[in-house]
Design a protein. Sequence first.
Length: 38
Amino acid sequence: MLWSRLRGQQLRVHFRREDPIGSFIADFSAEVTTSVSR
């Protein structure tokens, strides 16, 4: 249920499942970027 909501991008954040981070594997991870324009 949680993954279906995360995957549906209801939070406007791109989530990845089972993402390797260093020597660990995270169940979920989110890539958050911020862009600023003038």
